[in-house]
Design a protein around this ligand. Structure first.
Ligand SMILES: [Zn+2]
Length: 249
């Protein structure tokens, strides 16, 4: 039985010269793998809709252990013309995290919306990379059921202090009075804590509607990255690649 489904192509792999296997993020089925015949032929109607970072409407059916894309149409393409290498590298990091964290055959509306939102801002240069990366990491953690616990100091319960510390291994916030040091702490100013709280609780469409100073963003950038690495228990290769490019710009 054929089903129509909208999905974002996160990864593509050439098989048998002409065909492709693509990894797709969908709202209804989470991450799925699909086989596409003759997708490497530039004249094939399935060539453009199954390119990397293309959001497409696809007719799929269940083949032998894998979905098969019968035909597809492009809804939106990201990084279509002259992709900025730094921004493109960041999008590959996002894709790796999503592939690792989104289950198969499970509804993943939030992750798809987050990905489309961030790709739109990235590919059209509408926000700085540092902000997009930080917001993406925090929201993905929330959607994965690992919301950072940053409402109160874990020991004395205070809501705000000039300096607070997020223990990214134990997922808890400490004020400067209660923090007794450690290796896995990210220092956060009041502005950084407030921004993080905002990113966690805001509606999906408003996650970027906040202001943050440069120094607070730097703290939050390190904090969210440390938390993601701790959560996934490895440093993604795409993040290492992005870091090497980020140093050049
Ligand atoms: Zn405290």
């Amino acid at each position: 039985m054929k089903t129509s489904i909208d999905g974002l192509i996160l990864k593509e792999m050439t098989v048998s010269d002409n065909d492709r296997i693509v990894t797709v993020l969908t709202k209804e089925k989470g991450i799925i793998s699909c086989y596409v015949r003759r997708a490497k032929h530039i004249k094939s109607r399935n060539f453009a809709p199954t390119n990397l970072l293309t959001f497409s409407r696809m007719n799929i059916y269940n083949g032998r252990g894998m979905y098969i894309i019968d035909e597809a149409d492009v809804i939106m393409r990201f990084f279509d013309v002259d992709p900025d290498i730094k921004r493109f590298a960041l999008s590959q990091y996002f894709s790796e995290l999503v592939i690792k964290s989104v289950p198969q055959e499970v509804e993943s509306d939030g992750q798809l919306e987050l990905m489309l939102n961030c790709l739109h801002l990235l590919s059209n240069t509408l926000r700085p990379c540092d902000i997009i990366k930080t917001v993406f990491e925090i929201r993905l953690a929330v959607l994965s059921g690992s919301t950072p616990n940053i409402l109160f100091c874990d020991e004395c319960g205070c809501y705000e202090a000039d300096r607070m510390y997020f223990d990214y291994n134990k997922n808890k916030l400490l004020c400067s009075g209660c923090c007794r040091g450690g290796d896995c702490l990210s220092e956060l100013s009041v502005g950084a804590v407030r921004a993080m709280r905002y990113i966690i609780v805001s509606e999906p469409k408003k996650i970027f509607s906040f202001h943050i100073s440069e120094s607070a963003l730097k703290q939050l950038y390190d904090c969210s990255e440390n938390y993601i690495i701790s959560m996934f228990e490895y440093r993604p290769k795409t993040l290492q690649y992005y870091d090497s490019i980020r140093k050049l710009f």
